[in-house]
Design a protein around this ligand. Structure first.
Ligand SMILES: Nc1ncnc2c1ncn2[C@@H]1O[C@H](COP(=O)(O)OP(=O)(O)OP(=O)(O)O)[C@@H](O)[C@H]1O
Ligand SMILES: Cc1ncsc1CCO
Ligand SMILES: [Mg+2]
Length: 263
């Protein structure tokens, strides 16, 4: 795993095609842009093939799905496989809403994904493990998050990022953990959505080493948030969100390296 991938990303400025949710779309676009990627959002199935062709990677976020959008997701996912573009799936709230879990399972049946990024409640649901998920949040489940993430990765033959106070990254065999971050992430809705899209950005510049790309994405976002929090004297969620975007644009490989808690 090399943090130099951050400089590669900034040099290459990869296009990341997002099927976004309408709650956090602007945060995701600005966060990607600040980091050094080139975001594009589309909700139109007629342009799916062009979008996939111009993109370096695709991020499919289930946050505010509609029947029309689920159809678009299936078309885009299949095209991404056909054009060998990495795909990240963010299965928002699949632990809390049975319909969403069924949609996610149907999508995972129709095309292969490179990374599933979700919180503990979402990853446990996909791995068929009991967990008390709560809406879009991880909730209060109990269990071994490493085992849950590994089981999900093995089931869907992909990398899994189970995010939270410690991010667990696994390809089903290898496991890495990122212990950076700040509880302020939980006070800003969409931190997870941004992480998923940042994973896609790093996958775009490291398509043959997705497991490495996933780790770099986790440590860069959590590290940038930690640096912002270290300069705040009180918890200010709105200020945090703005400062995070600034920090994503300014942060250097050396600054992340100095604080990285990755093992
Ligand atoms: N308590 C915490 N301490 C440190 N970092 C955290 C904490 N909670 C979340 N994070 C960080 O927040 C980011 C988003 O992860 P999280 O698991 O909260 O996603 P999510 O539940 O999908 O969020 P959202 O629904 O708001 O998009 C990750 O980078 C993770 O490391
Ligand atoms: C609040 C919310 N509701 C659906 S998606 C979303 C943003 C977090 O994913
Ligand atoms: Mg989420």
């Amino acid at each position: 795993m090399t943090l130099q991938l951050l400089n590669t990303l900034r040099d290459q400025n990869p296009i990341v095609f997002n099927i976004a949710n309408f709650v956090t779309v602007q945060d995701v676009a600005n966060g990607l842009n600040a980091l050094g990627a080139s975001p594009i959002m589309s909700a139109e199935v007629q342009e799916a093939e062009s979008m996939v062709q111009i993109a370096g990677a695709v991020c499919i976020n289930m946050g505010t799905l509609t029947t029309q959008q689920v159809n678009q997701m299936a078309v885009v996912g299949k095209l991404a496989n056909q054009y060998h573009k990495p795909v990240v799936l963010d299965p928002v709230a699949v632990g809390a809403v049975p319909y969403r879990k069924q949609v996610a399972l149907d999508l995972l049946d129709k095309f292969s994904v490179d990374v599933i990024r979700g919180n503990a409640g979402e990853i446990a649901a996909l791995a068929d493990i009991d967990w008390q998920a709560k809406g879009i949040d991880a909730g209060a489940g109990q269990g071994d998050v490493v085992e849950i993430a590994k089981r999900c990765a093995q089931q869907f033959n992909c990398c899994v990022i189970l995010s939270g106070p410690t991010d667990v990254i696994t390809d089903g065999k290898r496991v890495a953990k990122v212990a950076n971050g700040t509880p302020l992430f939980q006070l800003h809705v969409g931190s997870g959505d941004l992480l998923s899209s940042i994973v896609a950005a790093f996958a775009a510049v490291s398509p043959t080493a997705i497991y490495d790309a996933a780790q770099v994405a986790c440590v860069v976002l959590a590290g940038a948030g930690e640096l912002v929090a270290s300069q705040m004297t009180a918890a200010r969620p709105a200020t945090f969100a703005i400062d995070l975007i600034d920090r994503l644009s300014l942060v250097s490989v050396q600054e992340i390296q100095a604080i990285a808690k990755l093992n």
